[in-house]
Design a protein around this ligand. Sequence first.
Ligand code: GDG
Length: 735
Amino acid sequence: MSKTIIISNRLPLQLQILDNTIETTPSVGGLATGMKSVHSEKESVWIGWSGLTEEQLDPELTNKVNDALKKHQCISVPLTENDIDGFYYGFSNNTLWPLFHYFMEYAKFEKNTWETYKLVNQKFAEVVLENLTDGDTVWIHDYQLLLLPQLIRQQRPNVSIGFFLHIPFPSYEVFRTLPCREELLKGMLGANLLGFHTYDYERHFLSSVERILGYEINFNNITVENRIAKIDSFPMGIDFKKFHDAAILHNQKSIKERTEIQQGIDKHLKEEQNQSKLILSIDRLDYTKGIANRLRAFEYFLEKYPEFRGKTRLVMLAVPSRSNVPQYQLLKNEIDQLVGQINGKFAEVNWTPIWYFYRSMPFENLIDLYTSSEVALLTPIRDGMNLVAKEYIASKVNKKGVLILSEMTGAANEMSEALIINPNNFEEIADTIKIALEMPEEEQIKRNSALQKRLKRYNVEKWANDFMDSLGTTINDSEQSTQKKINDSVKTEMATKFLQAKNKIMFLDYDGTMVPFAKLPENAKPTQRVFDLLDMLHAQENTKVILITGRDRDTIQEWFGHKEYTLITEHGAWLKETNKDWELMERLDNQWFESIAPVLESFTDRTPGSLVEEKRYSLAWHFRNVDPELGKKRANTLKSTIQHLIANHNLEILEGDKVIEIKVSGVSKGKSASKMLTEKDYDFIFAIGDDWTDEHMFKELPNEAFKVKVGIKKTVAPYYVEDIDQVYDLLTAFK
Ligand code: GDG
């Protein structure tokens, strides 16, 4: 039976060695709870690091660890101290984490940590491959494992792989600074489906793929060699019920049943005659979370609005994190100092402005803090999503409480009823704290009702199911196209029909079909391989071979004029039969050039990398070498400009692969191909091409013709091959 394999850097369990035995406790983080519903399915395993290095384990303990993990359907990836240093503290947290959060000045590029990152991703791949059987689905998580999708794909090309990034994907301008940017993108693109928290991260990723790898992108589908990878956003939710129910339970507790922390909070509130309001902040101690900014903004708030001194307090929980990375140690010192400084500056005998906890708290204390705080102040400088914001709202059973949230979090996209602030604007934060503390209850309830409704509906289970469903449909889509792929049996069938037929005609496109695209059109000259293939086909009995192209007559004459195959150029404007002169297939004129050519030239002047090609009866504006986004934008503007100019003329615009062509309407590969069929009664008709312009040919040729598209693109052709090599492979079967 097929299963789901979840893979993340850490397993969702904490292990402890106590007296030579292993104790396990479940992890609490967002990823662990999020994936619980997928993992609780019977057929699921979770692969990751156990938290214990090889140096901490002997063979006996390793067996015990493995047995303990097995009970929770977990499998560990054995890692050494050195692996953790280079892979986790090094490349993951000293390079990718800062860079992906736009802290470029913190990002270190070190060859040795990159090498370890590659090695550890390989170690993960080995464990996955040992446990992978046909039909399994793989779901890989986060920035520590960017290379893993491709490492698995290389060994198991047909496996269904999903990847989700929990942190932001930065803009191309930032991502491009990574020396290993290509490897990372290719690694990620091993997946069939790539998920991000927000559309912005998705768009940044697509832009990097387009600019760095030059892959073709169609909406959110990327053509990767012979497959489609789909990109989409899935904003992660929380286990709403867990937080909501825990808060209900908390509110029902008698004084005695309450936790020590809750009793402490109650005592203070009583002493302060319930005058004092709590502002909560919870994060891992991380520079991306904007903790120092938050403290400074709170200090500014107390200065600007002194009437709140003694009446409000910041409760700050900072959970220790990555304390082996130097930046985190520096941050810890900075925050310790700031808290001391602010408390020293404002404290009164019965009041200190900040309660600061530097530790992790059990879940029930988290609920104490969520339920007791009138305001949550979350000010990350960057944050992929921020689940704390969602948990705070879910815990507000009576819907009272105000969330102040940084616009730099993924969560801000979905939580527009919160008070959204810019974490760098202290003035705004100070004013917003005042607004929050004074917000009427009805307004709080109104805002939180809307927020809760959404959080309840799009919870973490829905998030995980949506991702898995989408992965399922992505695979089905590609399976649909595999049905049309030319495999050995289709090839044999075509070759047999070819041999049996008495009159055969073959339409062969040139660029993208016989030869790959070159930066400049004149550089895509035919190689000996092209001539050998065409000569071979031409030598077959009763076979008419037609090279049919959008290229200009003169170039094709120069390259193929000495050969005997039939040539059709400029999308069907010109025809050259064996040993004859060129003739016009359509009555054409080119007087319109003088009004259109200057427009194209003006676009070329403003668009670096573009060029105008003048054919006899058409003009083409090429933008293959233009920055992809600029190229698309200019092509769209050009189209609308030209459309306006050609209205009432017998002209049309043809959109090819990175080219816009203006030509006399009615001329097309389809029309000219159909004309060629009237000469004889052909009983074998074959057409192959890669471009949009070849679609005319596929549409107009009769149904019984064999029509083959080159590459995985939208097509009306019933068959496709993946690349030019496969074109050769197919055509050489016809002899
Ligand atoms: C990354 C991305 C993205 C925190 N302190 C305690 C505690 N927590 C729990 C919270 C929450 C989780 O940890 C923190 O999640 P966040 O989303 O806020 O932040 P990151 O850890 O940075 O997570 C982030 C997330 O991945 C998911 O994709 O949202 O943007 O950076 O669930 O409740 N839990 C307990 N004690 C604590 O002291 N028990």
